[in-house]
Design a protein around this ligand. Sequence first.
Ligand code: ATP
Ligand code: MG
Length: 568
Amino acid sequence: MAETESNKPVHFIRQIIAEDNQSGKFDGRVHTRFPPEPNGYLHIGHAKSIHLNYGMAVEHGGLFNMRFDDTNPSKEEQEYVDSILKDVKWVGADWGDRLYFASDYFEQMYAYAEQLIQKGKAYVCDLNAEQMREHRGTLTEPGRNSPFRDRSVEENLELFRRMRAGEFPDGSRTLRAKIDMASPNFNLRDPVLYRIIHAHHHRQGDKWCIYPMYDWAHGIEDSIERITHSLCTLEFENHRPLYDWFLDELGVYHPQQIEFSRLNLTYTVMSKRKLLELVQGGSVRGWDDPRMPTLSGLRRRGCTPEALRAFCEDVGVTKFDAIIDVGRLENAMRDDLNRRAPRRMAVLRPLKLIIENFPEGQVEMLDAVNNPEDPSLGSRQVPFSRELYIEQEDFMENPPKKFFRLAPGQEVRLRFAFFVKCTSVEKDAAGNITAVRCTYDPATRGGDAPDGRKVKATIHWVSAQHAVNAEVRLFDRLFNVAEPDRAPKDPKAAASFNYKQNINPNSLEILTTAKLEPALGSASEGERFQFERLGYFCVDSDARPGAPVFNRTVTLKDTWAKEQAKGG
Ligand code: ATP
Ligand code: MG
């Protein structure tokens, strides 16, 4: 891919901005915005938009606005406003003192609407929704003019003012632009600018009972804020002629709308409506459930903003709809956490290991490196004693040939500690293994044998008497098919299809008997670690003093297989 001097790949939006700067189209200014509707929590698709808008502004020494597109009175809530601001900050965007609400422009929008009426370019229409649909026409047939299309300017002004004054019930009248009922572009067939909704607005209270439509409002918002490049997703491409028409007819400052493809991820649903359904239907534990693609969910899961931004860069910006492999997001998380997360030892499914020749009551402190990727993080002391916990899966009583971990007669290395050799197995009356017994070789302290003998595996452990008990939550993908939204081909199956059929019933596994090395006992909410051999984990917000809870952010790459092959 072509690279700019800043070493960022050239995408078409960078290119357009570069050209505009060259031609002086916006006097060399770059001013972008992120305009969410406060009707849900932000998801990773929004992060792509935030990263793009903020990134383009920063890269060109420009400005970035945070704007709530709160023109719809019924669905918006303060809870969403608060969460959105928190999430945008977390992604790393800084709007300075430019936090705006579209509803603050209602008066200006109204004045512009009267201006259009005065120009003979807008009219009050008495058709109801059903009748309007009948008049709209089809893909192959032009629409029909509304019988109210030729009202006089005076009558339109009077009716529109009475609409605002609250004289008419919901849905009884609209204000429409007078464009072209025969346009091949439906958006230009006399679109509605205002509808009557007697509803309370989260900022405007009961001041208004007419509310502007998105297409009418959005361009005006951009124009008022002197946005230069109004970046939006591809589904608005057909709306651009309308965006342009409104601003041209009003004769006001005119930003450039540019569309890019929205982010889609495999094994993920992204629409706010569906995410709300998952929350309300109890399929997940809330908007910030770590299995959700919401930014609050990703944060709780342990994803870093750096990983998120790296992912957005990696995905790039195109004009073509695509579905991105969710594995790329997981990789971005691994890459970032590998660099920064301190290593610790934790045992998720404990099995007691008793070292027969280690003196009872004795404790040895062993040096354990905190992060081999970052020597500046130093090392810590880990207690070692006669009774340890190891992972159940690191022991097999009757191992197959290629099993190099602990088994009767087999020797392995305990990470940062000693070689141990399994001597016997303890079982309960039912025949379940309750403990494994072994001997250790004191000469192998630190992990190497002076006689040069090798072991084929290294396993992790935690000293039983020092272990911190913890709950650990393991997550799998929330859906068990790559495209959970996609209806099956078979028409019968398609008719009854609902994406919820594809929910993975085993996406959450809660382990309540995990054992952690003591250093993890004091970790605080949001702290991230690599548990050796198990993945990256982060302290969940449910953690309480003395009762830690960890989320698995992402598993490790399968280094385990490689380690075995190399002989530990
Ligand atoms: P949804 O379809 O999930 O409800 P939306 O587009 O209605 O999303 P908005 O709050 O209007 O949500 O979105 C704010 C901004 O984020 C818009 O500019 C929108 O284009 C952008 N955006 C939303 N979803 C995505 C996505 N999946 N990829 C990239 N940008 C997105
Ligand atoms: Mg929207």
